[in-house]
Design a binder for this molecule. Sequence first.
Ligand code: ADP
Length: 483
Amino acid sequence: MRNILFVASECYPFIKTGGLADVVGALPKMLNKDQFDVRVVIPKYMCIPWEYRQHFNYVTSFYMDLGYMPNHVYVGIMEYYFEGIHYYFIDNEGYFGGDKPYGEIKWDIEKFTFFSKAALAILPVVGFKPDIIHCHDWQAALVPVFLRTLYKDNGFFWGTKTIITIHNLKFQGIYDIKTFRYLTAFPEYVFTPANMEFNYDANMLKAGIVFSDYVTTVSDTYAGEIQMPYYGEGLDGLMRHKNHSLCGIVNGIDYNVYAPEHDIQIYEHYTPETFDKKVLNKRGLQQELGLPVDDNKFMIAMITRLTDQKGLDLVNYVIERITDEHTQLVVLGTGDEQYENLFRHYQWKYPERVSANIYYSDNRAHKLYAASDAMLMPSRFEPCGLTQLIALRYGSVPIVRETGGLKDTVQPYNWFENSGTGFSFANYNAEEMLNSINYAKTVYFTDRERWKEIAIRGMRMDYSWNNSARRYEELYYRLTPWY
Ligand code: ADP
């Protein structure tokens, strides 16, 4: 039995701001219980809903030194067995008492430095000796650094290997070296360009990558892309250096939650065999949104954070040409004001063609996946992307840019072979995107049977966690060959 510890700043259903939480919530449950004892450690945020927090059991507490801070810092340990997984929560109200998990950068840096050190410090206390510590993103990136420096002579951690998974390389946890020196008391060699230093500052994710035994990211293509300057966010050189111990494993989605055959949030259930019933969802949503109720409109959905990453400047450039009289563009998302206003404006200008839903709603999202004919994702970069996986499951045909996980999970439609599950374009260019959209429209309006076949092929793809969990297991085996 190998002991695996997940360290992360988010975990569904306790606390979620993005896809990271879904992965940390789902993956431990999917690993083989006979081979792996997987436990998860996250902060005990006060903003974790009470329905969960009330069940947390106090284990013990102690005081830990943190860098050169004059006073020792309180570390409380809470635990909770939930749906077969053993969770630990690190308690310190000073750090985790806020109404959301992240805030001002300097404070976040201190919070997650504390968290990373505490995640190691609790292990001898609770008696869980990990074979592998699997860290996620910059918030947990200092775990391998503490392990290989301040804890290197601690026999408890003999043989412990570390993995860091990069969910989005854009976020790295960068702050000045002086602050980190004070917060960590790392030996001076850590703050050199070969280790943590980055453009004269200190970079938590960089240090985590340098000090961990293996690096994974959330799709094969993204693992290749981040070794290039365009996608590397300044770390492409390091990623190339790590090439021999770097791989991409695509995320899965929860097939119980995203299931058109029994999703209680949608108007009408359907399966590949009863695909024709999908249109009832379109009618229902058109009515709900005040759009003309018409089966024959080509409904394009966008369910996304409205940020630069998601390719919204391309949409802005050609939106007048996307939204012809046969098309309905339904947007669900929040984010940058300029993009929120872009869609509000076009809803005002073309109320029968554009619906701007500028808020977060899980219910609307489910209805929109079920109602739409296509899902537009022209991302500038996309480490994995869950939206296209969910869209495939609901028979909403993805139209994507060939980057990161989008490239790995959407097979472009080929007219001659009648193969493929979506439409795609290569360059970050608005005209190319428009070409793909128009190609999709052409198939939709001229050959509805073919369109159905594309959608049904997508529904039959398997992007559940099953496959990806097996790949993580292989990696865990590979890193602990002595068992
Ligand atoms: P990212 O993690 O970069 O935001 P992903 O495609 O990996 O993008 O995941 C986005 C997830 O968030 C999807 O499950 C999507 O349905 C959901 N989502 C995004 N915006 C909204 C919204 N406004 N309302 C409901 N769900 C949303």
